[in-house]
Design a protein around this ligand. Structure first.
Ligand SMILES: [Zn+2]
Length: 314
């Protein structure tokens, strides 16, 4: 009998679930739902219902029963304590999420930050295969980060490491949603596409400027759109240069929705890293697009359970 682990990925707007085997293969499909929650209780109710439904599907003589649950969640996660400390896009503060899931379903459960989970999946199956030192940056509404050092996820003393979005690149610069000024996130995530796209390209109202629009204009030959992407990509390169000097990674993986821009964004970042990072780190580091797509969180959350042996299956 082959067992499976249920991977659960809780993002700012969606929750995704899928059953994953030891090799990281998804059995069936990933089920993804918009949760739209405003309060902690609502999110817990969504999890109770959705996880319950997935477990219900796997009961009754299933040849591949779910033996454990791996949860990945956006925000600062104290993995050891099983607590979501805070989350910029979720109504969770010091939420004992691991205990909640364990008590509800009576299965061994782990809790991990969502970008850490995605990086672990990339390490096993994607862009960081065979690599011991890797960084992952997720570009979307905000800028998330995860660190793989010496082959292990690095979480810091409280699980709060990897907040690359809030590296200060200009003390008096643009406002960040964290309340400070000049964070890297304010120059490379969605609000930067609005601001820099509007300033550089014009033509549309400010709110219309998404990565998708600017990317399309650039592909269609707009020099102004190309210039906007060069500027944003260059800021990304500034952040990666700082990280490269500190951590000397072999690869930096860029994921999240905005990573779909590919080389339009990554090529100016590479150019900046070649100019600003120090030798020998700048000569080694590769800056690449994530390979696994939106299911990486589900797969990584489950693989972390398999690899931790929390399920008692390994
Ligand atoms: Zn910030």
């Amino acid at each position: 009998m082959t067992a499976t682990v249920l991977g659960v990925d809780i993002g700012g707007t969606k929750v995704a679930l899928g059953r994953v085997n030891r090799d990281g293969r998804i059995l069936g499909e990933v089920h993804s739902y918009d949760h739209g929650v405003r309060h902690e209780d609502e999110l817990l109710a969504v999890l109770r219902a959705r996880i319950g439904r997935m477990l219900g599907r796997s009961k009754n003589g299933d040849a591949q029963p779910v033996k454990a649950i791996g949860v990945a969640c956006a925000g600062t996660v104290n993995q050891g304590a099983g607590v979501v400390v805070q989350s910029p896009n979720l109504p969770l503060v010091d939420t004992k999420l691991r205990a909640f899931v364990e008590n509800e379903f009576g299965l061994p459960t782990t809790l991990e930050n969502d970008v850490n989970a995605a990086l672990w999946a990339e390490r096993k199956l994607g862009a960081a295969r065979g690599v011991e030192h890797a960084l992952m940056l997720t570009l979307g509404t905000g800028l998330g980060g995860a660190l793989l050092l010496d082959g292990r996820l690095y979480r810091g003393a409280q699980g709060a490491a990897g907040e690359v979005g809030h590296i200060i690149v200009d003390q008096y610069g643009e406002s960040c949603r964290c309340g400070l000024r000049g964070c890297l996130e304010a120059y490379v995530a969605a609000p930067a596409f609005e601001r820099i796209g509007f300033r550089t390209v014009g033509l549309f109202e400010r709110g219309a400027f998404t990565g998708e629009l600017i990317g399309r204009l650039a592909v269609e030959g707009s020099a102004a759109a190309k210039q906007a992407l060069d500027e944003i990509g260059s800021w990304l390169g500034v952040g990666i240069s700082n990280l490269t000097n500190i951590l000397n990674p072999e690869v930096v993986i860029v994921g999240g929705g905005l990573s779909q821009l590919g080389d339009l964004l990554l090529e100016p970042a590479r150019k900046t890293v070649r100019e600003y990072a120090l030798r020998p780190g700048r000569d080694l580091v590769r800056i690449v697009q994530a390979e696994l797509g939106p299911a990486a969180g589900v797969v990584g959350a489950a693989l972390l359970v398999w690899d931790a042996g929390a399920s008692g299956l390994v």
